[in-house]
Design a protein around this ligand. Structure first.
Ligand SMILES: *Cc1c(COP(=O)(O)O)cnc(C)c1O
Length: 495
């Protein structure tokens, strides 16, 4: 069955999957969504004996219906290869009564690699299918991890250029070093004086700029996005939920059909939305537990039905979740409005205008699959410490937010179903905060020395991604103001 995509803000124009991936964002600013969410057509017992790439094919074929079998399999095999340091791709680790799904075994040691390893291949295949001849310019805003994962995925990919904007003072030292040392003649990295929301808004404005689009077209360029607003990011993220469930079944940790809880450290709402799609496809998930840091706009939303970004932006130890405008929530809003693009557009206009919106009671009732809570900075550190003390397992700050929130959920609900906690980054990406949390706050200034100490404590080898940047030269030093992003893009493209 062919699945077409329409915008969350307009139902009229339908596009194919490959066209949706190419465009990234719809013309009126909406996000592309499948007209309907397909059901899994393989049983869980069949899936449990499949490898990660095989599961990826079974899930992605249901969404990317205009890709041929050969095209899709080719993309999958190019993505999930030895760039990952384990053949399992997404291994699971049991600790303290929960299953930590480690999504950080790719090239840049954060979960963004799960989708960004494949997006460049999906995109270049989509370009070929749609006879796009111009160069594709990937514009991306990052809170730290998307940037490096996208740079790494697109570096030296023929027919593409990638420009990444990051908040100059809003990412970890390792994250920044990873980006500014990026090789590849088609890569550009720009720090902005502003936060992630400024970067994301700037990118969205450039996308929506009709004049610039016309000029781009004339000069043989076309924009696309590597952010999780791109459906080509969302679909590959559904895969690991199905894979995790199948693996639990294979290891006899659960019975076929038994419901599990899923806990996701959330920022832009992409990862947890993928879990929601997996549930809609028939995966036996009970609650989707949405974990926020002190930027707890989502927690407040699930409680009150009001989304309100008018608050102070807090810089936390989990910077990839320092976000007040969770872009992918729009896809959920659209669904709970029963695919009413008009209603969704109205709410999003209110968000742009006054910075907030309130959903109806009927919409709120459709959120019962979700549970939201948050962890303070102290609770996050304490989650790292207590897990380490009890089990010796060391998690990163983002995963710790999820771990802490899961503790609160269990206490509140007494729900003891098996739970998968999504582990979104390697502790080596946030070494200083992690070491502080476990009371090893050495006064050393050097993050690499700290990484060695962390390795000593955890017995886990320092990942190649960290070793690599230790001595790598800085290749990018461009900085701009948040209102200069468009000029910067023009300059990079040589206009
Ligand atoms: C991006 C990111 C998140 C948040 O994921 P969303 O899909 O934006 O909700 C959480 N943890 C880490 C380490 C990340 O890089």
């Amino acid at each position: 069955m062919e699945i077409m995509y329409n915008s969350t803000r307009s139902k009229d124009k339908k596009v194919t999957a490959s066209q949706a991936i190419l465009k990234g964002l719809s013309d009126e600013g909406g996000l592309f969504v499948p007209e309907q969410i397909p059901a899994l057509d393989r049983s869980l017992t069949e899936l449990k004996d499949m490898t990660y790439p095989q599961v990826a094919y079974e899930v992605m074929k249901l969404y990317l219906t205009d890709f041929t079998e050969a095209e899709l399999k080719d993309c999958i095999l190019k993505a999930y290869d030895d760039k990952f340091d384990t053949a399992e791709i997404a291994p699971m680790r049991e600790a303290d009564g929960a299953y930590y799904l480690e999504l950080f075994h790719g090239a840049t040691i954060a979960f963004k690699d799960m989708a960004l390893s494949i997006l460049p291949h999906l995109l270049t295949t989509a370009a070929r299918k749609n006879h796009v001849t111009g160069e594709i310019v990937i514009l991306t805003a990052t809170s730290g991890d998307t940037g490096k994962a996208a740079l790494s995925g697109f570096a030296d990919i023929e027919g593409t250029r990638i420009i990444v904007f990051y908040p100059k003072n809003g990412v970890s030292p390792i994250q920044e070093k990873q980006m500014v040392t990026q090789k590849g003649k088609n890569t550009y990295v720009v720090g902005i004086h502003g936060n992630f929301d400024d970067a994301q808004t700037g990118v969205k404005n450039i996308f929506g700029d009709g004049e610039l689009a016309a000029e781009m077209k004339e000069k043989g360029f076309q924009f696309s996005s590597a952010n999780s607003i791109n459906i080509g990011r969302l679909v590959p993220q559904i895969v690991y939920y199905v894979y995790a469930y199948a693996q639990l079944l294979k290891k006899e940790c659960i019975k076929d059909g038994e419901k599990i809880n899923v806990v996701v450290p959330t920022g832009n709402f992409g990862n947890i939305l993928a879990a929601f799609y997996a549930k809609q496809m028939g995966l036996p998930i009970n609650k989707l537990i949405c974990a926020s840091n002190e930027n707890k706009v989502l927690y407040d939303f699930f409680r009150s039905g009001t989304y309100d970004r008018n608050r102070e932006f807090v810089l936390t130890s989990s910077p990839s979740m320092d976000i007040l405008i969770s872009s992918n929530l729009e896809r959920l809003i659209y669904l709970i409005a029963e695919n009413d693009a008009e209603k969704n557009r109205e709410l999003m206009a209110s968000l742009t205008g006054s910075g907030s919106y309130t959903i109806t009671e009927a919409m709120k009732e459709r959120l019962s699959d979700f549970y939201g809570n948050y962890a303070s900075e102290e609770e996050t550190a304490s989650a790292i410490r207590s897990l380490y003390d009890r089990t010796g397992y060391i998690i990163d700050t983002h995963t710790a937010v999820a771990s802490s929130v899961y503790g609160k959920y269990r206490q509140e609900t007494m729900d003891e179903r098996p739970a998968v906690i999504v582990s979104t980054a390697s502790p080596y990406k946030f070494t200083r905060s992690v070491m502080n949390a476990i009371g090893q706050n050495d006064s050393t200034e050097d993050d690499f020395v700290l990484a060695e100490a962390l390795s000593g404590l955890s017995g886990v080898k320092i990942p190649a991604a960290v070793e690599e940047i230790r001595t790598a030269p800085v290749l990018h030093d461009c900085i701009c103001e948040k209102d200069e992003m468009k000029q910067t893009v023009r300059k990079i493209l040589g206009f």
